[in-house]
Design a protein around this ligand. Structure first.
Ligand code: AMP
Length: 344
């Protein structure tokens, strides 16, 4: 990791069942892997953030964080190039969040669209958590700003759904700099990767429209799925509702199985699409083939995952070494903050 490289910060929550899915891979992990040669990279596991939905449950965040670490590594993040660590191993994130919280107006936080959505979800739906919408949920973007600014990161890879959060981190950095008449925090830039867009999940809403792949919809294929689990999930996947017999015409553009086939078999999907459309290929065959294609894609990830699963001490070492590096960088930033704020 060269000192001349710009710093990039990214992370994901070990929420839900702690497993990352193909949507997370396409939208986040894959672009991160592509960025790791270019930047000094910090990829953290946002275990504190996961408590916005898991507080009061008996879920083991520690176990789930290990699963996320395995997902990161199996997807190709290289611990030699990129620091992979848990947020809770770097308490400096929390100290900075407290300080930044003092200068963040509540109105900024209430305006964040994901706050409104999540609040409604937590208050109205089963599985929303034991606590409902907490102070921590409202303050989530402050902790997120701290996660980024504690490394004085120049760049953050973002999906479209996170643009508002990054905007807020930038605003908080600007506010700190303005209030203390300093240029201490760089405003982190969004690195928008060339992502194909949102990956659809395996189900549809009440209008027959595909929903995004998401762990909260239980419509995902996980990177850690076995070949049989992939087959089982695809067996139950949404296809064209009016295609009951093989000879009925399908609509591949609106079918989860066909869209996944296209993504993971770009060279040959068109024959399947054509035959689905003209009623010469049935959904059972299409599902079987898409299962094969996805399992082929996941095979190298499974091999890599198994390496680390079989050597838990090595995983511990990777996380500990990265946390140590992160703490050193973070503490350096905090020393400056404490001086600027005249705490010391
Ligand atoms: P989440 O756990 O939903 O906050 O997602 C973590 C990361 O994965 C974010 O960068 C999202 O943009 C990305 N992501 C999640 N679901 C999908 C999806 N279905 N398609 C593409 N990217 C996704």
């Amino acid at each position: 990791m060269s000192g001349a490289k710009k710093r990039l910060l990214s992370g994901m929550q070990p929420s839900g069942n702690g497993r990352l899915h193909l949507g997370n891979y396409e939208g986040a992990l894959k672009p991160w892997v592509q960025l790791q040669d270019q930047y000094e990279m910090y990829c953290f596991i946002a275990d504190w953030h996961a408590f916005t939905t898991l507080a009061g449950t008996d879920v083991s965040i520690a176990d789930q964080s290990r699963q996320v670490a395995l997902d990161y590594l199996s997807a190709g993040l290289d611990p030699e190039k990129c620091a992979i660590f848990r947020q809770s191993d770097v308490p400096q994130h929390a100290e900075l969040a407290i300080l930044l919280g003092m200068l963040t107006p509540v109105s900024w936080l209430e305006r964040v669209p994901t706050y409104k959505e999540k609040r409604e979800h937590l208050e109205n739906y089963e599985g929303g958590g034991e606590v409902g919408a907490s102070y921590g949920l409202l303050g989530y973007p402050v902790l997120q700003a701290a996660d980024i600014l504690i490394y004085r990161a120049h760049a953050v890879p973002v999906g479209k759904d996170q643009a508002a959060h990054l905007e807020l981190s930038r605003a908080i950095a600007r506010r700190f700099n303005f209030l203390y008449n300093t240029e201490y925090f760089p405003e982190p830039d969004a690195v928008i990767s060339e992502v194909t867009g949102v990956l659809p999940g395996l189900d549809a809403d009440e209008n027959g429209k595909l929903r995004k792949m998401s762990k909260s919809y239980h419509n995902a294929i996980y990177l850690s799925d076995t070949p049989d689990q992939v087959a089982e999930r695809l067996k139950n996947a949404f296809t064209t509702p009016s295609k009951i017999r093989k000879t009925d015409a399908g609509i591949p553009e609106g079918c989860a199985v066909c869209l996944l086939r296209k993504l993971y078999d770009p060279a040959e999907y068109n024959v399947q699409w054509e035959e689905c459309r003209n009623g010469t290929r049935g959904c059972v065959q299409s599902k079987r083939e898409t299962t094969e294609v996805i399992n082929t894609f996941l095979e190298p990830l499974r091999t890599k995952r198994a390496e680390y699963e079989n050597d838990p001490a090595e995983l511990d070492r990777i996380l500990a070494r990265a946390a140590e590096k992160a703490r050193a960088t973070a503490e350096e930033t905090l020393r400056g903050v404490r001086q600027i704020m005249k705490i010391v």
